[in-house]
Write a protein that binds this ligand. Structure first.
Ligand SMILES: [Zn+2]
Ligand SMILES: [Zn+2]
Length: 183
């Protein structure tokens, strides 16, 4: 299961193909924060080729599961992301002064890489873009109230009578104390 396009089958007319990628390949990179909620991610790739240059547009959809960063309740997240990438022929990116200005521009662009002359391999790019599309701080809900820092109840579903005013003000209170001491 890999997303690979044989270059010889591509031409100037954009063609769309569907492929899939194991969701676990992404989840493994995410240090146990996310796990796969569906076995595979669906990939749709539209590619066209002009001489050695291949233009790719990919659409990736996958499902992941994780714990809410505030309340630890399970969250299911759908990733739906798209990216464009250009591939140039082997050795073209570091061809140096033999290459024209347009190629020099390509060199600086992170969305350009070299293909091996035989196949366009998209696994790594699909994984990278999926990881980028996942939130750093996953939440069950934007307004998640999290757990009570005192008693640990889930404040989205329960109410407690803990007095949190002290906890909330303490960093500032300490700062104020320090200021007083300084004077
Ligand atoms: Zn939450
Ligand atoms: Zn509480």
């Amino acid at each position: 299961m890999a997303v690979s396009l044989p270059i010889s089958t591509l031409n100037a007319t954009p063609q769309t193909r569907e492929a899939s990628l194991a969701t676990s390949w992404c989840a493994e990179r995410l240090a146990g924060v996310y796990e796969a909620a569906a076995p595979t991610m669906a990939i749709a790739v539209t590619a066209s080729r002009h001489a050695e240059v291949v233009e790719v547009h990919a659409h990736v959809q996958g499902k992941f599961r994780c714990a809410c960063s505030r309340c630890a309740e399970p969250v299911e997240l759908t990733v739906d992301t798209e990216f464009d990438h250009h591939f140039v022929g082997p050795g073209q990116l570091d061809a140096g002064d033999e290459f024209d200005a347009e190629a020099a521009d390509l060199d600086a662009d992170p969305d350009v890489s070299e293909h091996d002359g035989a196949n366009i391999l998209l696994d790594e790019l699909c994984i990278e873009h999926t990881i980028l599309a996942l939130p750093d701080v996953p939440l069950c809900n934007e307004d998640c109230k999290g757990l009570c820092p005192r008693c640990g109840i889930n404040r989205n579903t329960e109410t407690c009578t803990c007095d949190l005013s002290e906890e909330r003000s303490s960093p500032w209170a300490k700062l104020a104390e320090l200021r007083v001491q300084k004077n």
